[in-house]
Design a protein around this ligand. Structure first.
Ligand code: PEP
Ligand code: MG
Length: 560
């Protein structure tokens, strides 16, 4: 009988095919005394760790982007000196190498989980390293992705980055991965981040998928966040029609973003490292709408030097010569703590000294970053804009733009992520050159729903008319002052919501590059009048589901 398993969809793709499950991990080792000498056990561990680190580095070399960074980080985790000491101490106490690795890594995992947020999500990366070392010690093959000899939907508990990085996505391959379904992991897990980056159809956190068996036919509908089991012939035909439609959209040429009446809506990329530039350009990014500088320094204990920053920014600006690049200054706090900016223990870090507040409390760090940006700007030809995260007051907007101009940056703006600044946008835009709406945090703060917490995920929906009303106010303020209003949160990557956002006054949209093709196609189907009409329908709803339904109905009416 047809059933629907729900989870969190990543992207908008759809796929269908037979399930192949990821091999279960071998059972954890037991706490046992070793019959080898500690020296023998230590030698075994060193050899296993070196082999695993070498294999992860080899995999890193064959890939690029976030996958490469993650694999490199994993290779470093394997050889981390603190972990090594912790393993050695257990071996010295007479334990087996297998147990020592298992126990020492578990302890480190608990520390990461206690920190929560981004670091907490990295716990799965650490588990994978431990499983690989233990498999090596036991002489067993490393845990990994199956090769059933036909295209398949991969079902796993959660995917290790080492596996995600090497998924076979080649359409001609007999072992092609059609889609991913995980029973664990949220929208910020590595599986989700990498699926988004590579444009893989994925549904994560689908607990019900634990019962799927090898060979079961399923439809994975990321747009609906659903996995349909035992689908009917009609459902399969409909899914295939959508697969074909998307293939046609992806194959379409990368023209600049525009509405059907020719209104330009530049489509920009969200990036966290200059390494993503080439792929973004290939997918038709017209520039960068959000460069998340904190991603470069998440593992730094000390503030980065001006020179280290200048080099990164110059690489980015060189890749986008002649194009607009919006760089966000360090956004530290809550889900992205930076040890050199967030040192205080806070009860509610999402409401604490974060973003521009943390930078202001450490003004030299902000000055250094703006100086590095000005230096990189002077030696390259891109059109550099800078903006501050988590701005909550007009006074903060005045402070940031003033400092940026003092340090030689010609275009300075603010992110609109806090409802207070959305409500005050007409005043803030009098002082800034532009605004860029971060819908992820704007939704979190408008709905009082932690963006990382699964139990309140249904409230974390940018379609909510409360969020749309705030965006409309910012759009109106932009029009009044004749200043650009960009969108750089995930909402811009939703093709129909993108039309609504333009109807509310957004002038550019920035997103993960994999989403560009769908959004380009969607914008091209509507005029500005249509977009305004669809937006008005969405605004006139009670909740997110109502707004979506109203927008869909309005979008189906004939084009004006
Ligand atoms: C946002 O909050 O929407 C945003 C773009 O910033 P980040 O996701 O990095 O917090
Ligand atoms: Mg944000």
């Amino acid at each position: 009988m047809t059933e629907t398993i729900t989870g969190v969809g990543i992207g908008l793709g759809v796929a269908q095919g037979p399930v192949a499950r990821m091999a279960e991990r071998a059972p954890a080792p037991k706490d046992a005394a070793s019959d080898r000498t500690p020296e023998e056990e230590t030698a075994r561990v060193r050899e296993a760790v070196a082999a695993v680190a070498a294999e992860l580095s080899r995999r890193a070399e064959t890939t690029e982007g976030i996958a490469r960074d993650v694999l490199e980080a994993q290779a470093m985790m394997a050889e981390d000196p603190t972990l090594e000491e912790s393993v050695d101490a257990r071996i010295a106490a007479g334990k087996t190498a297998e147990w020592a690795v298992h126990d020492a890594f578990a302890e480190f995992r608990a520390t990461l989980e206690a920190v929560g947020g981004y670091l907490g999500e990295r716990a799965a990366d650490l588990d994978d390293v431990a499983a690989r070392v233990i498999a090596h010690l036991r002489g067993e093959p490393a845990p990994g992705v199956p090769s059933p000899g036909h295209p398949f939907v991969l079902v796993a508990q959660d995917l290790a980055p080492a596996d995600t990085a090497l998924l076979d996505l080649d359409p001609a391959s007999p072992n092609r991965v059609l889609a991913l379904v995980t029973t664990e992991g949220g929208p910020t897990s590595h599986t989700a981040i990498l699926a988004r980056e590579k444009g893989i159809v994925a549904v994560v956190g689908a607990a019900g998928a634990a019962d799927l068996a090898d060979g079961d036919t399923v439809i994975v509908d990321a747009a609906a966040g659903a996995v349909v089991t035992s689908p009917t012939a009609d459902q399969l035909a409909d899914a295939q029609r959508r697969v074909d439609e998307r293939a046609a959209v992806e194959a379409a040429p990368c023209t600049p973003g525009a509405l059907a009446d020719g209104t330009a809506v530049p489509l920009l990329a969200n990036l966290g490292s200059p390494k993503g530039a080439a792929e973004a350009l290939e997918l038709g990014a017209e520039g960068v709408g959000l460069f998340r500088t904190e991603f470069l320094f998440l593992s730094s204990k000390e503030a980065p030097s001006i020179e280290a920053q200048r080099a990164e920014y110059a690489a980015l600006l060189t890749a986008f010569a002649g194009r607009k690049v919006v760089v966000r200054v360090l956004d530290a706090g809550a889900d992205k703590p930076l040890p050199f900016l967030n040192d205080a223990e806070e009860e509610n870090p999402a409401l604490g000294l974060r973003g521009i507040r943390a930078l202001r409390a450490n003004e030299q760090i902000l000055r250094d970053q703006l100086t590095a940006l000005a230096q990189a700007d002077a030696e390259t030809d891109a059109d550099l804009w800078v903006m501050a995260p988590m701005v909550g007051t007009v006074e903060e907007a005045v402070y940031f733009t003033g400092l940026a101009r003092e340090l030689g940056l010609k275009t300075a703006g603010v992110m609109v992520e806090v409802p207070s600044i959305a409500l005050m946008a007409d005043r803030a835009l009098a002082h800034t050159d532009f605004a860029s709406i971060g819908t992820n945090d704007l939704t979190q703060y408008t709905m009082a729903a932690d963006r990382l917490l699964g139990s309140v995920a249904t409230l974390q929906d940018p379609w909510h008319p409360a969020v749309l009303r705030l965006i409309a106010q910012v759009g109106e303020a932009g029009a009044k002052h004749g200043k650009p209003v960009g969108i750089c949160g995930e909402a811009a990557a939703d093709p129909l919501l993108a039309v609504v956002l333009v109807g509310l006054g957004a002038t550019t949209l920035s997103m993960a590059p994999a989403a560009l093709a769908d959004v380009r196609y969607s914008l091209g189907r509507y005029t500005l009048d249509d977009a305004r009409r669809i937006a008005a329908a969405a605004l006139d709803a009670d909740d997110a589901a109502g707004a979506r339904a109203a927008a869909r109905a309005a979008a189906e009416q004939p084009a004006s």
